[in-house]
Design a binder for this molecule. Structure first.
Ligand code: SF4
Ligand code: SF4
Length: 179
């Protein structure tokens, strides 16, 4: 085939594509929905009264194949309690330069403190801003929650928390199962 026909053939592809339905997304103006179970940014969850679910056990860090999680636990005291039971996660960091989104950490968590959201907008231009601490990972306080430190619900034990028997107002069976 003569060489000049190559160019015409190339434009043929361009012209035929111009009239097809667009498949591109209008990102970032209109970000599209993710799959429901998309593995995005992690979240450290709270109980209904605001106490943190993380007990600083480090199981998530040990499960992580990319060594992306750093946890430093500390003791709760009666004067300063952040979670039910003995320990809480004083320092909690996830390095998103290492994380591969595999989800093994959330499988390892014994209290369902750690889950993953659908948030994927985490790009940045420097290392330190991609190491997320508790300030970015902790679930927001809902209207009926109280910011820790505070005491456990009156008359409750840590087991009541683990069994999902805590509401925003105290010991009781929540209408909606604990997250
Ligand atoms: S999702 Fe996977 S790689 Fe990322 S922190 Fe969890 S275990 Fe590590
Ligand atoms: S997030 Fe879960 S597994 Fe990780 S330290 Fe906290 S309680 Fe343990």
């Amino acid at each position: 085939m003569p060489k000049f026909l190559d160019a015409i053939a190339g434009f043929g592809v361009t012209f035929s594509t111009m009239f097809k339905k667009r498949v591109t997304e209008e990102y970032p103006e209109k970000p599209g929905p993710t799959a429901l179970r998309y593995h995005g940014r992690h979240q450290l969850n709270r109980y209904a009264d605001g106490l943190e679910k993380c007990i600083g056990c480090e199981l998530c860090a040990w499960a992580c194949p990319a060594d992306a999680i750093f946890v430093e636990g500390a003791d709760n005291t009666e004067a300063e309690r952040f979670s039910p039971g003995e320990r809480y996660g004083r320092v909690y960091q996830i390095n998103y330069l290492r994380c591969i989104g595999c989800g093994l950490c959330i499988e390892a968590c014994p209290t369902r403190a750690l889950t993953m959201t659908n948030d994927y907008e985490m790009a940045d231009d420097n290392r330190s801003d991609l190491i997320y601490g508790k300030d970015k990972l902790l679930a927001p306080l809902l209207a009926d929650m109280t910011a820790p430190p505070h005491a456990m619900a009156e008359g409750s034990t840590d087991e009541d928390y683990y069994r999902g028997n805590i509401t925003a107002t105290g010991l009781g069976i929540p209408k909606v199962p604990a997250r």
